[in-house]
Design a protein around this ligand. Structure first.
Ligand SMILES: Nc1ncnc2c1ncn2[C@@H]1O[C@H](COP(=O)(O)OP(=O)(O)OP(=O)(O)O)[C@@H](O)[C@H]1O
Ligand SMILES: [Mg+2]
Length: 250
């Protein structure tokens, strides 16, 4: 179980401290598939980065299977079994794709067969990519796929995918989602997908709505899909003073 207790995150933005996450409380069970959704700027990525240890929370506690990991750094959390696929994957100038895959799988020697199959699984031809550098010459969608291959190549207790749909073409996204689901089906993993995509929401056991740095609602998929529809209508009317039919204009 991943337990998040009274977690908050304040950051300094030059003109003072701003509160990004406020009193987040969550208990995520092993074997369950969670979707986190909510408006842009609501705090989803910040929460993922706090769980991964990239951001240090200002207060609160994080437990993984009863171990207090609040003071663990990124490496310790990765060793404890937490993986994070970035919304915008970092680039590594000078590092070849094959080396990134090798490092992420913890392989000392290059295992060509497994590197090949991991790239093929995410729809990339190994011969075209193995010797490419993980720098800005890779497109956004290519980098997302390579990152997915790295995350899926190691055993994890918790995997957070931050908008896996971002930058991935519609034809491929379904296949990548199948991969995520297949990994989850092996059992024993907490899958957390941050998403704006209806297809992902429809796969989740539970959906968590985060807005304004807070958990606004959480619950079963069916309950939450109804709430999300109503919430969307409300926000649209509130923001624009119109009704949802105006969407047709776009
Ligand atoms: N390091 C930082 N310094 C200052 N502000 C930050 C920092 N990181 C995040 N924020 C702010 O915190 C808020 C939440 O950002 P976050 O990236 O978590 O949102 P999000 O829910 O992932 O949004 P999106 O759906 O657009 O990806 C935003 O207003 C963002 O500008
Ligand atoms: Mg985000």
């Amino acid at each position: 179980m991943l337990k998040i207790e009274a977690l908050s995150l304040d950051v300094s933005n030059g003109s003072g401290d701003v509160s990004i996450l406020k009193n987040i409380n969550l208990e995520l069970e092993s074997g369950k598939f969670y979707a986190i959704t909510g408006p842009n700027g609501g705090g989803k990525t910040s929460l993922a980065k706090v769980i991964m240890g990239i951001y240090k929370n200002t207060s609160g506690k994080i437990y993984l299977d009863d171990t207090d990991i609040t003071d663990f750094d990124i490496t310790q959390r990765a060793r404890a079994g937490i993986s994070y696929a970035f919304q915008n994957p970092p680039r590594f100038k000078g590092l070849k794709v094959k080396d990134l895959l090798k490092i992420s799988a913890g392989e000392k020697e290059e295992n060509v067969g497994s590197v090949y199959s991991r790239l093929r699984a995410v729809g990339l031809c190994p011969q075209d990519y193995l010797d490419r550098e993980c720098d800005n010459s890779l497109s956004g969608g290519e980098m997302k796929r390579i990152e997915l291959a790295t995350v899926l190549s190691r055993p994890s207790k918790v995997i957070i995918y931050d908008e896996p749909e971002a930058g991935v073409d519609l034809w491929s996204f379904e296949k990548l989602l199948n991969l995520i689901n297949k990994y989850h089906s092996r059992g024993g993993v907490i899958t957390i997908v941050i998403t704006h995509h209806e297809k992902v929401l429809s796969l989740a056991d539970e959906i968590i709505l985060i807005a304004d740095g807070e958990v606004k609602e959480k619950g079963s998929r069916d309950k939450m899909l109804n709430i999300l529809q109503d919430d969307f209508r409300c926000r649209w009317q509130q923001d624009c003073g119109g009704d949802e039919n105006e969407l047709k204009c776009y």
